[in-house]
Design a protein around this ligand. Structure first.
Ligand SMILES: Nc1ncnc2c1ncn2[C@@H]1O[C@H](COP(=O)(O)OP(=O)(O)OP(=O)(O)O)[C@@H](O)[C@H]1O
Ligand SMILES: [Mg+2]
Length: 538
């Protein structure tokens, strides 16, 4: 998909300011399409074409009427000789209208039509809307920004309407004309107006028109409903909104300043209205305003519910983390009371394992959601490993790459695995033999590197310590730590693990203190590869 910004940058000479204006128009023109019951296109001159070609930057369909332009013309090049009215409007800056055809020539595409050519005829036989109508009621509105002509807006409407339009339709079309003149004079869209949000009201939600005094001259049926819901029951027209009890500063403010105003009005707790007031400007004076109103009560209720659900999930993770920390504290206390060294060590290991799970819940309590920013967990795990380095040993931890985000299901077993491997590096690569004469404590570094491409996560933990014992094989070992690691990686993370002796390839560390240079130090590398996206899990 190509965005208007990409098309503009590639094919037009619009500067940033002009394009921002066009983009602002594209952000609010759904309202214009609805009010005019027509399809709208915006075209700008193609750079270097000497005014012979235009490119379609945007297209919008009305939600109040059937579209007459089935084709998606965004990005199409249009020769000015094919759409002379648009070309003239863009060149002269005049608002022009006529009944005309809109031939589109796209080489090699089914879109190629010649004044409503074969394709159009074929399609109309099957009863479908033609890709481009053979003839339509066309109006070209020059788009001005800061005095410059930057684009042309083309309204494409159905022709052949014979019945007399009803009041609503007349009001809407009149509003469209007032706004179209503002587009042509550069007062609409309003410079600096923030782009419409997703919940911005549209014409169908409810529309009111007020005169320059703020007196209601028209309210669409949906607007009347919305006002009723917020407690306004009197007959509406001819009154100011404030007299009706719907005191809203938005309308007054828009009329006074000539700037659009968006306001959320909560008159009763069970009715929240979003008002979007657009002042109507003619010859630099405000002649009234269009007020779009949307009942957002249900939307806001949902927002609040979602917020409180998020808070609840966070709270649960927070409590789980606290409970795990309590368990690890209990294990620590119990370990202190044991006389047997072996028992004490075992309890301490258990305590550490519980803590490595607690860190996952700590992160989840900060950022709820299915995806966990694993990098934050890694940082806590590295800190835990650093804290476990015994005095007299120096180990530098390095992190390379970024773990990215993983699902909560992966985060828990993965952090137990990493904690285990980091601990092994501390215990076996460097710290072993502390205090014995023949094996002085070592110093060195551990490098944890992670790479997550959204499909697979690869992890390697390499140290430059003592290396694995002779004949060691991770698939054969029955020691607890690596058995846990192996089982978690293969059966819970559906991944693979390899473990080998070998130095860290990059960045050999400086010669550690207290070790002679010729000491045999091969180091150890563990490599893990796991799928992180559901598709890859099959
Ligand atoms: N980074 C490493 N450098 C050198 N040897 C290692 C390294 N990691 C593991 N080993 C060797 O692998 C053995 C098995 O490790 P494992 O983690 O399974 O058990 P452990 O650490 O001895 O006990 P625990 O169950 O408390 O983790 C270790 O005893 C050690 O000899
Ligand atoms: Mg271990």
């Amino acid at each position: 998909m190509t965005t208007p910004a990409e098309i503009a940058a590639r094919h037009t000479a619009l500067d940033v300011e002009s394009f921002t204006h066009v983009q602002r128009l594209l952000g609010t023109w759904g309202i214009l399409a609805d009010l005019s019951f027509s399809d709208l296109l915006v075209l700008a001159e193609v750079r270097g074409s000497g005014g012979s070609h235009m490119v379609v930057l945007g297209q919008v369909r009305p939600s109040t009427a059937a579209t007459v332009l089935r084709a998606d013309l965004v990005g199409q090049m249009i020769a000015v000789e094919d759409w002379p009215l648009a070309g003239e409007s863009l060149a002269s800056g005049e608002l022009l209208s006529a009944i005309a055809s809109l031939p589109v020539h796209v080489p090699g595409s089914a879109l190629a039509t010649e004044g409503g050519g074969d394709l159009v005829a074929d399609l109309s036989e099957t009863g479908e809307i033609p890709a481009v109508p053979p003839e339509a009621s066309i109006e070209c509105v020059p788009v001005r920004s800061g005095g410059d002509l930057v684009a042309v807006m083309v309204r494409v409407g159905a022709i052949g309407q014979t019945r007399r339009p009803g009041r609503l339709e007349r009001v809407y079309r009149d509003l469209y004309q007032r706004l179209a003149s503002m587009v042509a004079s550069g007062t609409f869209p309003f410079p600096g107006e923030e782009l419409a949000t997703e919940d911005a009201p549209r014409v169908g939600d409810g529309l009111m028109v007020v005169d320059s005094e703020g007196r209601l001259t028209f309210a669409s049926p949906n607007a009347v409903n919305a006002l009723h819901r917020s407690g306004v029951n009197t007959a509406l027209e001819g009154h100011r909104l404030a007299e009706l009890g719907a005191e809203s500063s938005a309308v007054d403010h828009a009329l006074a300043t000539g700037r659009p105003v968006i306001e959320e009005v909560e008159r009763r707790s069970d009715a929240i209205m979003l008002l979007h007031c657009t002042p109507l400007i003619e010859d630099s004076s405000v002649t009234g305003a269009m007020v779009l109103v949307r009942d957002v009560t249900d939307l806001r209720r949902l927002d609040r519910l979602l917020l409180s659900k998020d808070a609840a999930i966070r709270e649960v993770h927070h409590r789980v983390k606290n409970n795990l920390q309590t368990i690890s504290a209990l294990l620590r206390l119990q370990a202190r009371r044991l006389d047997s060294v072996e028992g004490r060590l075992a309890l301490r290991e258990a305590e550490r394992r519980v803590r490595s799970i607690a860190v996952v819940h700590e992160i989840l309590s900060r950022e709820p959601g299915d995806q966990v920013p694993f990098q934050q967990i890694v940082e806590l795990l590295l800190r835990m490993a650093e804290d476990s380095v015994p005095p007299g040993v120096e180990v530098v931890f390095r992190m390379v790459g970024d773990a990215g985000e993983v699902s909560a299901d992966i985060a828990t077993p993965l952090s137990v695995v990493l904690a285990e491997l980091l601990q092994n590096a501390v215990e076996h690569a460097f710290a072993i033999g502390i205090g014995t004469e023949n094996e002085p404590p070592l110093a060195g570094s551990v490098e944890l590197s992670m790479h997550n491409d959204g499909v697979r996560l690869s992890v390697s933990i390499c140290d430059d310590g003592r290396g694995l014992p002779e004949g060691f094989d991770i698939d054969q070992t029955d020691s607890l730590g690596l058995s846990i690691v192996r089982d978690l990686v293969t059966s819970q993370l559906y991944g693979t693990i390899t473990m080998r002796s070998g130095r860290i390839p990059a960045a050999p560390p400086e010669e550690p203190r207290g070790v002679s240079a010729d000491l045999e130090r091969s180091g150890t590398c563990v490599e893990i590869d796991i799928p992180v996206s559901m598709e890859d899990l099959g």
